[in-house]
Design a protein around this ligand. Structure first.
Ligand SMILES: Cc1ncc(COP(=O)(O)O)c(C=O)c1O
Length: 432
């Protein structure tokens, strides 16, 4: 049974703009037969979304965790506008442009260890596809042709919506369970967060290591799979186990990177360097689609050969899109010049304080906070559509899913706006 809330009577004029119909657009993750119209937004500034009817919502989601500097940050707008004037796009095969080469060097300098080799693509899912492809070919290039084609991932994992990435998502709980039997079967195991599970994983890897190309995990927080947290020690243990059994370790930091968990990259908390890391979402400060798969020299060097077949045969049309790279460079400027990580720390403190009383609300199973991520988990799935309407009425944009209400605001959010978000969550918990 869905967690219900009392219906609310909209107090504001809900005029629908004439362009907003569902005649031609197919919405994400949506049953088109029963869906309500999405909320029309005409502009966004800072942490506020301006709606077609003139209302403003304080954004608690940061547009699927991308808008770390808020919307329309003038520095990003300026850099993108300058790049647009010069050259919106050129192909990356055979031609080079400064924004991409500078961005690659900056990412290499910021990432820990020797994560130095950057392969650009245009979405998170594709960057994970590239990581998986690199891992398989890493072994093939070393003569292990038929073996090492499998991946180990974890319960509640979410790594994307394309076929290879769906296969490393949680096949039971995840949104892609419909495709069981079509997707290549991978090893989806328990996160090793106890000594017993760690020992089990150790045995499993020992028995199956000859089939496995890599282990992949979202470090510290599994996002779309339910905002589940694990401790840095899990990542350290995974590094030890992968080294012991000679396996590659991939960190999918598409959600966690760029301050969301409190450090620039989540892997820093554990002082672990993966072999491959995937970045996207907040890479451009939430302004352009861009992703990067970054590897250590160990991986990169395995593709160096006199044999042309050892090369990585991948190259999306919009690879290293100059506008995206300009936005990403501008976003990195802001991480250097504005106190984003201190802001993330302040958000963490405030979320802890203000969400803690939710523990006592009826139907709440858990409240947890890490970095700029606050989660209230209910004891059953929520009625996301009704809750969304309620939140909009309260002047906030919060998008529950499954059994959770969560807050991942832009890192620039002011304390009073964050309080408006946490109050809206309190309010909804008591409006039943
Ligand atoms: C951890 C993680 N990996 C991969 C993806 C897929 O990224 P995209 O939606 O850009 O394909 C997401 C998206 O939410 C994600 O959170």
């Amino acid at each position: 049974m869905l967690l219900q809330i009392k219906p609310i009577i909209p107090s504001v004029d809900m005029r629908t703009p004439d362009w907003l119909t569902l005649d031609h657009v197919w919405l994400p993750y949506t049953q088109m037969k029963t869906t309500e119209l999405p909320v029309p937004v005409v502009s966004a500034q800072g942490v506020r979304l301006k709606l077609a009817d003139g209302r403003e919502l304080i954004d608690g989601v940061a547009s699927w965790w991308t808008a770390c500097h808020g919307y329309a940050h003038p520095h990003i707008l300026k850099c993108v506008a300058e790049q647009l004037e010069k050259m919106p796009h050129v192909m990356f095969g055979g031609l080079a442009h400064e924004p991409a080469y500078r961005l690659a060097a900056r990412l290499a300098a910021l990432l820990p260890g020797d994560l130095n080799h950057v392969f650009f693509s245009e979405s998170g899912s594709v960057s994970v596809e590239v990581a998986l492809k690199m891992a398989v070919q890493f072994w093939r290039n070393q003569g292990q042709r038929e073996r090492r084609t499998k991946f180990v991932s974890f319960r509640n994992a979410y790594h994307g919506d394309t076929f290879a990435t769906m296969a490393v998502c949680d096949p039971e709980e995840g949104m892609h369970k419909l495709f069981r039997g079509v997707l290549p079967e991978q090893f989806v195991l328990e996160i090793p967060d106890t000594a017993e599970k760690r020992a089990q994983l150790d045995r499993f890897l020992n028995e199956n290591k000859n089939q496995i190309a890599a282990v992949i995990i979202e470090p510290l927080i599994q996002g779309a799979g339910g905002m589940k947290f694990h401790d840095p020690v899990v990542l350290r243990d995974l590094r030890i186990l992968c080294d012991r059994h000679g396996l590659l370790l991939i960190f999918d930091e598409i959600f966690t990177a760029f301050g969301r968990t409190g450090t620039l990259f989540a892997c820093e908390r554990a002082a672990v360097v993966p072999d491959i890391i995937c970045l996207s979402k907040a890479l451009t400060g939430g302004t352009m689609p861009l992703a990067a798969t970054v590897t250590t020299s160990k991986i990169f060097d395995a593709f160096l050969s006199d044999d042309s077949e050892a090369a990585l045969m991948h190259g999306p049309t919009y690879m290293a899109y100059p506008l995206g790279c300009a936005a990403a460079n501008a976003s990195l400027d802001l991480f250097a010049s504005e106190p984003r990580l201190a802001q993330a720390a302040a958000i963490e403190t405030q979320l802890r304080e203000e969400l803690a009383p939710c523990r006592r609300a009826p139907g709440v199973a858990d409240v947890r906070v890490r970095g700029a991520v606050g989660v209230v988990q209910m004891d059953r799935p929520v009625d996301a559509t009704a809750l969304r309407a309620h939140f909009v009425e309260k002047g906030v944009w919060i998008k529950p899913f499954g059994d959770i209400l969560y807050l991942t605001p832009p890192l620039i959010i002011e304390p009073s706006d964050l309080s408006a978000l946490t109050s809206a969550v309190h309010d909804v918990l008591h409006t039943r």
